[in-house]
Design a protein. Structure first.
Length: 130
């Protein structure tokens, strides 16, 4: 059986999608500010390992757990939606086979709670400053 990982072209294919995605995110009018001063190579590298693992590759993610990685950011559901939508665009534009595309987007959506949940503290702090 072909895994989504194989269908997408293995580690190189996953990395190409994430490189294109993060090029857009860093310059994005809606969420770009969240990435100011951040290490793009590190985020793409860590996320490549994370994504390969859930698509069926043998890579292992050794970065911070997702709640911890995002805890200091004032992330709102709309920020998550924006990244998810751009991911969908990039997957389509790069001609990733439909099954692999859907598998990736399904897992991505399932991570919403892990990414946003831990940011409540940061959102409170941001509101407090306004
Ligand atoms: C399912 C969705 C997401 C996944 C799988 C994901 C994954 C990751 C990973 C693996 C890292 C690196 C952790 C480390 O360095 O140890 C990271 C960092 C980061 N992510 Fe996400 N992320 C997601 C959603 C988002 C969203 C929606 C945003 C903002 C729009 C975002 C912004 C960031 C930023 C700014 C960092 C760098 C944090 C820092 O170094 O201080 N992420 N993410």
């Amino acid at each position: 059986m072909t895994t989504p990982y194989e269908a997408i072209g293995g580690e190189a294919g996953v990395r190409a999608v994430l490189t294109a995605l993060y090029d857009r995110l860093f310059d994005d009018p809606i969420v770009g500010f969240l990435f100011e001063g951040k290490d793009r190579e590190r985020i793409v590298g860590q996320q490549t390992a994370f994504t390969c693992a859930f698509l069926g590759g043998s890579e292992r993610y050794t970065g911070k757990p997702l709640p911890e990685a995002h805890a200091a950011l004032p992330l709102l559901p709309g920020h998550f939606d924006r990244r998810h939508w751009l991911l969908k665009q990039v997957l389509e534009e790069r001609g990733v086979p439909e099954e692999a595309r859907e598998a990736w987007l399904r897992v991505d959506e399932g991570l919403r709670g892990s990414v946003l949940g831990a940011g409540e503290g940061a959102r409170e702090r941001t509101r407090g400053q306004g």
